[in-house]
Write a protein that binds this ligand. Structure first.
Ligand code: AGP
Length: 591
């Protein structure tokens, strides 16, 4: 169970794995290894006889923050006397001071992690009462942790504690109890989930558990979760990336369900929680990475369709800016995982100031979905692939619905509104058409996979798409790529244009088509190579990826899928480990 659980969390990105098990007595068996979970599995097979039974254990995959990728820095960690074992997600900000205080008392350390400090703090504060000891130590450590702790002095007991980093407690009808930092690990094991909140501690012993919230014993109702939501396999697809790309058309149909009535071009107000009587004049979007790119498209949509003043902010920057906010501002947080620390940090700051918040999130029960006042779920099922495809498409679909809903309450004309809704209803089919052209796009990928540098260029609605797919190409091929507003080329980047740096130019037949044609000539005049993604004949382009014709507001869906396929095939041709891109984590829960 522990090894299966870790395998299900591999998609999050990690560099080492470990576990400690016992059979409720004092004896603990510790196993750790650098590299894949399969290395740990081999080690367990080697060192623990097949028929040995255990009835409790904690396990962890690590992504290094403090100390190199070594077995000594791999979790679980333990104290000098091996009385406490723990696994930890997050960062202890005051670990250095604590480490020196313990060293002055004679404690020694086998590794460089902040987590090992906690184990020695437990030993140093041990008073024969497991719960009290943990509570005492939690008061000493600063900031972020999801912790699971076991002790020789408390056989058969586990204490979990959470500040910031996600932690879920779960159980099933067989009284089997589980903890997980991501509900994916619980698929097929437990269906009653309790998502712990900041300041929660949970003490599990003898098949019963007690939750203590900020020192006060508390009852929390479990949420019953349908296993399908948890179960994720890539089926017959070569990679989760391509599998999730082929899910997009159905996911968009799921997003429409109960929200859009295409027969009457009607948007169901109930679906847009908290938006019925809203009086907002400004929308501020906050997010990171791919979610930020989805939002930057959102700003165009809110300005053009909802007649709202809109801006999009990178969370890790926004937190430290002196922002002036009027009460008619709505802060919208977008996140696939709902657990991105940078975004949560801004959300908590905004909530403390009493400003309005709205979440567009994929993972049900995640921190951002629970902390925002209202929101929309993007219904993209579990997104397993470390980088993001279907969640991005689900995000830009949800944003467009929100913009149309707000727009029809303002000055969006019925004609324009109807035109967009009608074309939107065709998106799933148009996406399936582009995916059906995958072989042709692979041929083009074969031709450009040799290049080391790329430009992704777009104007207006296409600029966020250019940014997103320049990011994706980097994430999965490790090739260098830059994205630019096409109009910016002549203000500098044009200096780099030459045959060995292909330009992927998103040039559908929209408002900016003519301008894009002159940009293509600008690049060709300097012997640059142009790959045009368009629905029109573009004479000067060296290569073209054909997309269906539609309207300005809808083209971003089509150029997204076309650039997805191009990036996927380039990475596959370069034989990259597409499902496990190096150095990346699916959900970045540390700041
Ligand atoms: C996307 O491919 C990356 N995984 C990353 O940029 C991601 O979008 C970012 O970390 C934000 O994650 P979130 O949507 O879960 O908040």
């Amino acid at each position: 169970m522990l090894l299966n659980g870790l395998q299900r969390l591999e998609y999050r990105g990690y560099d080492s794995a470990g576990l400690v098990v016992s059979n409720g007595e004092e004896k603990f068996k510790l196993m750790r290894s650098v590299g894949k979970v399969s290395n740990l599995t081999d080690k367990v097979k080697q060192h623990i006889p097949e028929n040995t039974t255990f009835n409790m254990g904690i396990a962890h995959t690590r992504r290094a923050t403090h100390g190199g990728i070594t077995e000594m820095n791999t979790h679980p960690h333990y104290d000098t006397n091996q009385n406490f074992f723990l696994v930890h997600n997050g960062i202890i900000e005051n670990y250095y001071k604590l480490r020196n205080e313990l060293a002055d008392k004679g404690y020694t350390f086998y590794g460089q992690t902040d987590s090992e400090i906690i184990a020695n703090l437990l030993e140093d504060n041990r008073n024969g009462n497991f719960l009290e000891t943990v509570q005492k130590v939690l008061k000493k450590i600063k900031w972020a942790y999801a912790l699971l702790i076991v002790s020789k002095y408390a056989p058969g007991e586990i204490i979990g504690a959470k500040i910031w980093s996600p932690l879920t407690f779960a159980y099933n009808d067989k009284d089997e109890c589980f903890f997980a930092s991501d509900q994916q690990a619980l698929a097929g094991y437990a269906d009653k989930l309790i998502h712990l909140d900041d300041g929660d501690l949970i003490h599990l012993r003898d098949k019963s558990y007690q939750i203590i919230s900020n020192g006060v014993p508390t009852e929390k109702e479990p949420e019953i979760v349908d296993q399908d939501v948890l179960e994720a396999s890539k089926g017959s697809y070569k990679h989760f990336m391509i599998k999730e790309m082929y899910e997009q058309a159905n996911i968009i149909r799921r997003i429409f369900k109960g929200r859009v009535d295409f027969k009457n071009n009607f948007l169901n107000a109930e679906a847009f929680h908290g938006m019925k009587d809203e009086k907002f004049k400004k929308i501020v979007f906050v997010g990171c990475g791919t979610s930020y790119n989805a939002w930057s498209l959102g700003t165009y949509r809110m300005e053009n369709l909802a007649w709202l003043d809109a801006s999009c902010e990178i969370a890790s920057e926004y937190e430290y800016r002196n922002i002036k906010v009027t009460d008619d501002t709505l802060f919208v947080f977008i996140s696939q995982s709902g657990e991105t620390a940078d975004s949560i940090s801004v959300l908590k700051m905004i909530k403390q100031k009493g400003w309005h918040t709205f979440g567009i999130v994929n993972v049900v029960g995640s921190t951002i979905s629970r902390l925002t006042d209202y929101g929309l779920f993007t219904r993209a099922w579990a997104e397993i692939w470390v980088a993001s495809t279907k969640a991005f498409t689900a995000q830009i679909t949800s944003i467009l619905l929100l913009a149309l809903y707000l727009g029809q309450k303002r000055w969006l004309s019925k004609a324009h509104y109807d035109k967009v809704i009608i074309e939107l209803s065709k998106v799933p089919i148009m996406i399936e058409d582009i995916l059906a052209d995958s072989d042709n796009i692979r041929e083009l990928a074969q031709e450009i996979a040799e290049y080391k540098n790329f430009f992704y260029l777009g104007r207006h609605y296409q600029l966020p798409i250019a940014r997103e797919w320049s990011l994706k190409l980097k994430e999965i091929t490790y090739l260098h790529s830059e994205s630019y507003p096409t109009g910016e080329l002549k203000h500098g980047p044009l200096a780099l244009i030459e045959w060995s740096i292909p330009s992927v130019l998103l040039a559908p037949h929209d408002l900016m088509f003519e301008k894009n044609l002159s940009s293509i000539q600008e690049i060709k005049a300097r012997n640059g190579k142009v790959i045009a993604i368009t629905d029109k004949e573009v004479e000067w382009a060296d290569h073209k990826i054909q997309i269906p014709s539609t309207i300005d507001e809808i083209y971003p869906f089509l150029t997204t899928v076309a650039t997805q396929l191009l990036a996927y095939h380039v990475a596959d041709i370069l034989e990259k480990d597409i499902d496990k891109p190096r150095n990346l984590a699916k959900s970045v829960t540390v700041k």
